[in-house]
Design a binder for this molecule. Structure first.
Ligand code: CP
Ligand code: NVA
Length: 304
């Protein structure tokens, strides 16, 4: 694997390879087994949006792998003053060994990979959030013991999380059922991809229909980063797109709940459901660390 730009680029085998390595690294981490697989390597981390989990898990993960994380706020980089991404890519490629970037446009991430000569890892764009979904799949497999044949339901905005979840879950053999308002559907590229999976993919605007018999339910914020000006409009559009007791009663009795966080209680999820599933949700947050370490190793480790 050269880069992690989006779930659409990964094969099922590559996803499973990442998850297996992530499980191994988690086991080693819990048992005090050192794994300096990226000794002497530097990861530049460009953030054009806020972050708690992505920043801390990449930074800590790089230390645990024996390498150096370099936090690069776009406020301090020339990229924030208009230096073209193709120049930034070629310059950074001469100093460091990998780039993690969180930004707005997917094209910026793809261009970094195209013009640079080092691995690029997508830490979230408006289009997708592949690192999160790898951690999500890891968590589902940890709790359910398998992925194949499970049903995932997503309720809310057809945003970056929805786009990556649809692709990731379908690729590993899960079925996907999603409920979003008509004006907030997932990206066309993702819907075209999903169509190829026939009745394994179902889309509706009714949360109750999407939740039926699900093994795992997901939601995400109604207003993503960069959309803050639409907050009030979105509160109206997303009313009822919430994981609550009524929705949980329609899913399987042992259904898990996942949320990438940050969560807005009483908007996309009730406090009660959130707290009842807090163990699953915070394991999911922890698994960002392990899944991303696996991605960094597979992209950045010297090939023998
Ligand atoms: N879930 C996630 O990506 O969290 P941060 O925005 O805190 O990085
Ligand atoms: N959809 C959210 C995810 C945050 C991790 C956003 O883009 O803000």
């Amino acid at each position: 694997m050269k880069h992690l730009l989006k779930m659409l680029d990964l094969s099922k085998e590559e996803i499973i390879e990442i998850l297996n390595l992530a499980d191994q690294l988690k086991y080693e981490n819990k048992n005090g087994i050192e794994h300096h697989l990226l000794k002497g390597k530097t990861l530049g981390m460009i953030f054009q949006k806020a972050s708690t989990r992505t920043r801390v898990s990449f930074e800590t993960g790089m230390y645990q792998l024996g390498g150096n994380p370099l936090f690069l706020s776009s406020n301090d980089l020339q990229i924030g003053r208009g230096e073209p991404v193709q120049d930034t890519a070629r310059v950074l490629s001469r100093y460091i060994d990998g780039i993690m970037i969180r930004t707005f446009e997917q094209k910026e991430v793809e261009d970094l990979a195209k013009f640079g000569s080092i691995p690029v890892i997508n830490g979230l764009t408006d289009f997708c959030h592949p690192c999160q979904v790898l951690a999500d799949l890891m968590t589902i497999r940890e709790f359910k013991g398998r992925l194949e044949g499970l049903k995932m339901g997503y309720i809310g905005d057809g945003n970056n999380m929805a786009n990556s979840l649809i692709v990731g879950c379908l690729k590993v053999g899960m079925s996907v059922s999603i409920a979003c308002p008509a004006d907030y559907q997932p990206d066309k590229q993702v819907l075209d991809f999903a169509k190829e999976y026939g009745d394994k993919f179902f889309m509706t605007d009714k949360p109750i229909e999407a939740a039926k018999d699900c093994d795992v339910l997901f939601t995400d914020v109604w207003t993503s980063m960069g959309e803050e000006a639409e907050t009030e409009k979105r509160k109206i559009a997303f009313e009822g797109y919430q994981i609550n007791d009524e929705i949980m009663a329609i899913a399987k009795p042992d259904a898990m709940v996942q949320h990438c966080l940050p969560a807005h209680r009483e908007e996309e999820i009730t406090e009660k459901v959130f707290e009842a599933h807090a163990d699953e949700i915070f394991e999911e947050a922890e698994n960002r660390l392990h899944a991303q370490k696996a991605v960094m190793v597979l992209c950045m480790k010297d090939k023998d």
